[in-house]
Write a protein that binds this ligand. Structure first.
Ligand code: MN
Length: 303
């Protein structure tokens, strides 16, 4: 996906210093006709959470036979993208030759490093029938020492991601270590990404790390009487134990990790160095990035 839509729209936040919640972010919603994308990070008040610098929630969207999504080839530098599908499938292709279908429960980790180009399209066989799309796509800033590493692509099938159940709550440790489980997904900075499915009335205590937040992908939870509504992101303070109780059936994403230095974002480029972004813009404009094999005719022009 990244970006399903172009531009650097920023969402609005609301200060709330009580109950261990530092800030509540409401997404900027972009209606793309057949579906919408909610972007919660970056926001003016909160540029990133640990290494997480970009948080998009796409769909849910329904497509008729013949319809689908085509995110044409576009470049990235100095970041990694993390794609996770709730519903639907994407066919990923990139300039280092990766060709991979991602299905619900899988994780695709694409490390842009010194530069990669990729496309994401609805697979042809899915496009023939009715289908849906519902996904989270997040970007990680790479630590400064790793920003210019060689590009790489990693696919982790759903059954390789550890899951457990605590007090009835289904937990999946997508990246990092929590609740006694460790994800095999490669990390750079200290990173945590956990998915939790709660039924109404169930409670969950969240891990502690330097910076952390929860995003309500579905339903609502509350903490000490403060509601965290669907599609909002609550930035949590770093010290206190934080427990939520589901007021409806709910699906949440917990993100966190170590605080990184300032990053600049411009279109699909993220870097600690503004001049590096300027060079990437120039390189894309001049056609100096590598092509995506078997998808080398279309591309997204520099905005
Ligand atoms: Mn992308």
């Amino acid at each position: 996906m990244s970006n399903l839509y172009n531009g650097n729209d920023e969402c609005e936040g609301e200060k709330n210093s009580s109950n261990g919640i530092d800030l509540v972010l409401k997404p900027g919603v972009k209606d793309l006709g057949s579906f919408s994308v909610r972007r919660t990070l970056p926001s003016r008040q909160q540029r990133k959470v640990g290494p997480w610098i970009f948080f998009d929630h796409a769909g849910p969207a329904h497509f008729n036979p013949g319809e689908g999504i085509d995110v044409r080839p576009h470049p990235h530098i100095n970041l990694a993208t993390v794609t996770y599908m709730f519903e639907g499938q994407f066919l990923h292709r990139d300039s280092i030759g990766s060709v991979q279908v991602i299905k619900p429960g899988d994780i695709n980790l694409m490390v842009a490093g010194k530069g990669i180009v990729h496309s994401e399209r609805t697979p042809p066989e899915i496009r023939k029938t009715e289908h849906s799309l519902h996904a989270l796509q997040l970007w990680l800033a790479l630590p400064e020492a790793d920003e210019e590493i060689d590009p790489a692509f990693y696919h982790y099938p759903a059954d390789e991601l550890p899951t457990t159940e605590i007090d009835g709550v289904t937990l999946r440790v997508m990246m990092g270590s929590a609740y006694g489980l460790s994800s095999p997904v490669k990390t750079f900075a200290e990173t945590l990404y956990v998915e939790a499915l709660l039924k109404a009335g169930q409670r969950l205590t969240l891990p502690v790390c330097e910076e952390r937040a929860i995003y309500m992908a579905k339903g609502e939870v509350s903490s000490n009487g403060t509601a965290i509504e669907e599609f909002t992101m609550a930035i949590l303070d770093q010290k206190n134990e934080f427990t939520v109780e589901a007021t409806t059936d709910a699906r949440l994403a917990f993100i966190g990790g170590e605080k990184l230095s300032k990053r600049f974002i411009d279109w699909n480029f993220v870097s600690s160095d503004k001049d590096r972004i300027r060079k990437a813009r120039e390189d894309w404009k001049e056609g100096r990035f590598d092509k995506v094999p078997e998808d080398d005719e279309e591309f997204i022009p520099l905005p």
